[in-house]
Write a protein that binds this ligand. Structure first.
Ligand SMILES: Cc1cc2nc3c(=O)[nH]c(=O)nc-3n(C[C@H](O)[C@H](O)[C@H](O)COP(=O)(O)O)c2cc1C
Length: 346
């Protein structure tokens, strides 16, 4: 089974990750992974940290001559901003961040012990893992993209930039909505046979696990609520050239927890960043007296980057479901199994 773990603090020496279950025989170009790392660091509204970090991955294991060996792939991303032992204590939790809940849970006396790991810096490791999964999926012409739909309620690019600039001036932050699309996904990934095998459940879980994501919808999503069944379900057609197909895709490419051959379409809402330069009310955890929340170096808006992280998350889930269906040891065997399946369902 495809699985991964990440480790590393925001200002520790490095982030590391292990991806296990990638089949043998896949050619990995490090540049392709670094391209995704770069995309995560872009977007209008990013903070100073993004000018310091230029993430580059090193692969420590699982490759020989750029080909996967089927063994665990070890990844290293060094932090240029390594200074964890020199950073000051944080004593007033930021509303909306993990600060207070983490402090209570683990019994720390310094919020830095929480925020170093709770920070979305961790998503750099997820993007590296996702990039490898994207390379795998591209072997089967599956492509995953994302785009910003709105930020701070604005849809037009000029308006979006304006609202981010205004938020920066006002020492505030903004959130928004983005869409993730997977094209070329064959029908049959995922299953209704157990709750943890449903592709819709696994995709929405993985996106909701990205820090700051507060809602995820699949296909028409909340738009189903005020419609009649006759107006929303995607009628089925068949032609020799195309096989089974739909003229609409309100289901977002998944029915019964299984991909149905249409594009997989998800939308998610990223909340406004919780670190505010004009901080909200909080409490000094030592004195228990009223205080303003702590200020950390921070982004103003990360909706575009959250889309890139979500692409990676979707790539991992689709790769897992794909390997589950078509075998998992050797890319050559998987390709043969995939071709046989395509022939059967055509
Ligand atoms: C790519 C990315 C970058 C982020 N950057 C920041 C940031 O600079 N400052 C901040 O307060 N939150 C940032 N966040 C959001 C926090 O990590 C998140 O709100 C926090 O961990 C609490 O988790 P929750 O919002 O899911 O409850 C970022 C999230 C993502 C996906």
């Amino acid at each position: 089974m495809l699985r991964f773990l990440t480790a590393g603090e925001s200002h520790g020496p490095a982030l590391t990750a292990i991806l296990e279950g990638m089949p043998a025989g896949l050619k990995i170009k490090i540049n392709r992974i670094n391209q995704e790392m770069r995309r995560r660091q872009q977007g209008y509204g990013r903070g100073e940290r993004m000018q310091i970090e230029r993430d580059k991955v090193e692969i420590l294991s699982g490759l020989k001559n750029s080909l996967t060996l089927g063994s665990p792939i070890g990844i290293l991303i060094k932090n240029k901003d390594f200074k964890i032992e020199r950073l000051p204590s944080v004593i007033s939790p930021r509303p909306g961040h993990a600060d207070l809940a983490g402090l209570l849970k683990y019994g720390f006396v310094d919020i830095r012990c929480v925020l170093e790991r709770a920070s979305a810096r961790e998503t750099a490791a997820r993007v590296a893992i996702g990039a490898i999964c994207k390379i795998f999926l591209e072997q089967f012409r599956i492509r995953i993209t994302s785009r910003v739909l709105e930020i701070g309620g604005r849809k037009n690019v000029t308006q979006i930039k304006k609202i981010i600039d205004q938020a920066r001036i006002n020492k505030d932050t903004v959130g928004g909505i983005f869409e993730v699309k997977a094209k070329g996904v064959v029908a049959g990934l995922g299953s209704y046979t157990q709750s943890d095998r449903r592709l819709d459940g696994n995709l929405t879980q993985t996106i909701a696990s990205i820090p700051g994501i507060k809602a995820v919808e699949l296909g028409l999503g909340f738009g189903y609520a005020d419609k009649l069944g006759s107006g929303v379900h995607d009628a089925v057609y068949y032609s020799k050239a195309r096989g089974f197909f739909r003229k609409t895709n309100n289901s977002g490419g998944i029915e019964g927890g299984i991909s149905n051959g249409e594009d997989i379409v998800l939308r998610a809402c990223m909340k406004p960043i919780s670190t505010l330069l004009a901080p909200l009310d909080s409490v000094n955890i030592k004195t228990k007296k009223k205080a303003k929340a702590s200020i950390e170096r921070s982004d103003i808006c990360v909706v575009e980057a959250a889309g890139v992280v979500s692409e990676a998350a979707v790539a991992v889930e689709l790769a897992r479901a794909f390997l589950d269906k078509f075998g998992s040891d050797s890319l050559r065997d998987i390709k043969a199994s995939y071709q046989r399946y395509l022939k059967r369902i055509s």
